[in-house]
Each structure stands twice: as C-alpha cells, then as structure tokens.
Design a protein around this ligand. Structure first.
Ligand SMILES: *Cc1c(COP(=O)(O)O)cnc(C)c1O
Length: 467
C-alpha cells in the first residue's frame, strides 16, 4: 500500500493555538545521552528528544475546551461538582453504575486485581499489557494470553487481531477448578499485539463463554474509542452506527472495566475503575481511600476530572478518530514504500516495527528490539519503545508469567493531536535510513535487570562485534 503520489496527507482536524519548541540535539549530544542513559531511552531527558514516540499515554494535547474545563475546577475535598460531571459522563458512555476515579490506569488495575486475585488463580486476557500483567502477578495470579493465532503472525492481514481464541478460553475455563479464574479480561485495543482491535462478534462470544462459567468479564478499555472506530470500519453491518452506540454494546457485554484516561480520555493524567457489582465496588472503594484518596477525587485534582469528562466525549468524534487512525496509516504507507517491515495491519495508536524482519541477523538473545530503538534515536533523535522480550521476558517467577514467547516489536506510538504529517514524514525518513544500514547494527546485553517491569529501569551495553 505505497502512499499514492499526489494523495492528500491526513489533514489535522484542528489548528494550532499554542506552540512548544522541540529540541534538535546534535549527533554528539545524542551519543553522550545514550551512554548516560545506559542505552535505555526511558532514562533520556525530554530535552534530548526531537520526536517523542515513546508512548501515547498522557502525552496528548488537550483541547481549548479541556483547558477551559480546568478553570471550573471545584477543589472541594468531598462532593466536588467536577466528580459528578465525570461520573455522569462515564455512566452515560459505559452504562456501568459504580465508578471510582484513579490517578491512572494501573491504580485502577491495583484496585480490581487486589480485590479479585489470590495466589493460585489464573487471569486470561487476549494479551496483557505490561502494567496489567505485573499487577496480576503481583497479586499471585498467573497472567495467561489467549489471543488468536493470527495475532502472533506479523504479516497476517486479519482485521481483528485483538480477538481472543474462544475455544482456548472455553478449554481453560473447563480445565481450571471452579473459583480459580476470578475474571476474564479483554484489552481493547490490544496494545501488546500492535494496537489491534477486537471485533464485536468476538466480544459477544467471549462474554457468553464467561457467563456460562459464571466468571465476570472485565475490559481494559484504555483505547475503546479507537476499537469502536475499527469495528465501525471493518465489521459487517456496523458502518451506520456511531462510536457511542458501538461502545454501548461493547460495555453491555461486560461487568466492568479499568481505564487509563491518558489514552482515550485525552488527558495527561487520570483513570477509573467501573463495575456493576456493588459488593466489589465497596471493597475497591476502601482500598481507594487507603491508597489514592477520597472517592470523589481518587488521587487527582478535581479540575482534572472535569477535563476527563470533556476528553472522553471528544475521543468519540469521528473526524478526530479518522485523523488519528489516518496518521498511523500514513506513516505505514511511507514506510511500506521503502520496504520497511512492520506489523500488519497498522494499529490504532501506533505503528509497530517487525524486529525479526528488520534485523534478521540479530538473534533474540542480543536484544534486537533494543538495538533498533537505540539506532532510531541515534539517527534522528526519535524516541520509541521495545515491546518484546525485554518488556515481557520472564521475570523471576516463570510460573506466574505468560506461556507464549512475546512478539518482538518496536512501537512508534503516536501521541494524540501532537505531531503534524510533516513530522511523521521526518520519522519515516529516519526509520528508512536506519533500515538501509540495518546490516551494520549490533546487538545489546542487559547489564542491570530489575525484577519487575524491567524495561523502565534496566541498563544495557552494546555487544562488541556481531551477535
Ligand atoms: C496504559 C495502559 C495501561 C496502564 O495505564 P497507566 O495509565 O499507564 O497506568 C493498562 N492497559 C493498557 C492496555 C494500557 O495501554
């Protein structure tokens, strides 16, 4: 799908009102930064990065309406009107009656999993994301990934690679003694597997299987609006429905959800957990007060809740979603024209480079994903992230980790409403230049491995020679 010459680049459905300068470090400055950072790009200072595609989490630009919402902040400790605006919005979108705000997604995960998981339990998911898996394991549960086989084939064009293997779920629920599976999770979209959507048909089936086994289904709904947009585009009979309508059906299939509002809430900080289960809600609320704060603010300034309420609605706007998904596709087209291998089809929030096809001469032990991340920074000060054996490599307890080797990917996450098409064209040029000299790229080894969520604080060193 090469980008057709003369075709329109995706036009931003907004115009710029405030600008922020971006740095342009010299090659020498980049090299020094890499050494200081132990070759872990999480250790860079933002002033050393030109285009930051590390994550789309909390890195978006708020709209003028969201900034205005901050000004109607009511900073009452209890009963702030901002909480009620937030609660009403989440209820209207999801239909879940009981809602607790949290400072971000993993705090919501902590509330849910500490209430439901115990040592010896098993949590199936299409694919756990890093913090989700870590929280499941932290509570002694085993995190099992049950995505369809197509999800593991990077060149397979399946339109819903986020789908769960329903037969495998059925088999797991039949095999495990009753009470061992406290919940079934579905991550929409599947971040670990390339920002790939789950179909409504698959959600209906998974919900049915879970219900037959009396196990509640929860959604990791961080990118639910992007997922609904893909359903509208790709699933038969869905093109006439709005994102909100599709969302209502998605949420009707689940007992509750965790949300990082730093994704499809279009804010820089915030999240929530929602449920239909009043008894579970009471337990989570007690933990919330212990760790996050009173239930009408949950670790946030009250004004932040007002910005979430506005952002959740803006994320459902079709022209916004078309442009957002269009930006990822545009980057994919530019890279495809240069022969750069990436996970297909392009995802909702980022493009994922296919590391084994990009660097076939580097074996998995030499951390090819890390090598690629370092080269992209070296070439053009573009910051990206490895999503592979470093992020998901077995921790200290293999018994509690996933049972399938992870995909080896480098994610170019696109922040929401931040970068222009010409900045993406710059990124495509940087990636293509690295691809052209790929044969000279050398591997890395980890010299400091933390026990949990190693990718955030690990340190690396280049391997001498090839390998
Ligand atoms: C970001 C993310 C989380 C965690 O949310 P934070 O706000 O970063 O704590 C959980 N699941 C998925 C799929 C995510 O993308």
């Amino acid at each position: 799908m090469p980008h057709t010459p003369g075709a329109m680049p995706p036009i931003e459905p907004y115009r710029v009102k405030v600008v922020e300068s971006i740095p342009d470090p010299t090659p020498e400055e980049r090299e020094a930064a890499l050494v200081r950072a132990g070759y872990n790009l999480f250790n860079l200072r933002s002033g050393e990065v030109r285009i930051d595609l590390l994550t789309d989490s909390g890195t978006g630009a708020m709209s003028d309406r969201q900034w205005a919402a901050l000004m109607v902040g009511d900073e009452s400790y209890a009963g702030s009107r901002n909480f009620f605006a937030f609660e009403e919005t989440v209820r209207e979108i999801t239909g879940f009656p009981h809602i607790l705000p949290t400072h971000q997604g993993r705090a919501a995960e902590n509330l849910l999993f500490s209430a439901l998981c115990r040592p010896g339990t098993v949590v199936p998911n299409n694919m756990h994301f890093d913090t989700t898996r870590a929280h499941v394991m932290h509570n002694g549960s085993r995190a099992v990934n049950l995505a369809i086989p197509e999800a593991y084939r990077t060149q397979d064009p399946h339109p819903f690679k986020g789908n769960m293997d329903v037969a495998a779920l059925e088999e797991l629920l039949a095999r495990e003694p009753s009470g061992t599976v406290p919940l079934v999770l579905m991550t929409i979209t599947n971040n670990t597997g390339g920002g790939q959507p789950v179909s409504l048909a698959n959600l209906r089936e998974v919900s049915g299987v879970a219900r037959r086994h009396s196990v509640p289904l929860y959604l990791d709904m961080c990118r639910w609006a992007e997922n609904a947009f893909f359903i509208r585009e790709r699933e038969p009979g869905m093109s006439g429905r709005s994102v909100a309508e599709i969302g209502r059906e998605i949420f009707s299939l689940a007992e509750g959800a965790t949300m990082s509002a730093k994704k499809d809430g279009l804010v820089n900080i915030g999240g929530f957990v929602a449920t239909r289960n009043p008894e579970l809600f009471d337990r989570m609320r007690e933990t919330l007060i212990l760790f996050e704060g009173f239930p009408t603010y949950g670790g946030l300034a009250r004004r932040d809740l007002e910005a979430v309420a506005v952002g959740l609605r803006e994320a459902m706007d079709l022209s916004y979603l078309q442009h957002r998904v269009g930006q990822v596709r545009y980057l994919a087209e530019l890279l495809d024209a240069r022969g750069v291998p990436f996970l297909r089809p392009p995802g909702g929030h980022g493009l994922y480079l296919d590391v084994h096809r990009f660097l076939p001469h580097l074996p998995a032990e030499s951390l090819p994903g890390q090598a690629l991340v370092v080269e992209l920074y070296r070439e053009g000060a573009v910051r990206t992230v490895e999503i592979g054996s470093i992020m998901f490599g077995d921790g200290p307890d293999p018994a509690t980790s996933s049972d399938r080797p992870p995909l080896e990917l480098v994610r170019l996450a696109i922040p929401r409403r931040v970068y222009s098409s010409s900045q993406l064209a710059y990124v495509a040029e940087v990636v293509s230049r690295v691809f052209e000299r790929r044969g000279q790229i050398r591997g890395f080894r980890m010299v400091h491995r933390p026990e949990r969520l190693p990718h955030f604080t690990a340190r690396f060193a280049p391997i001498d020679g090839f390998g």
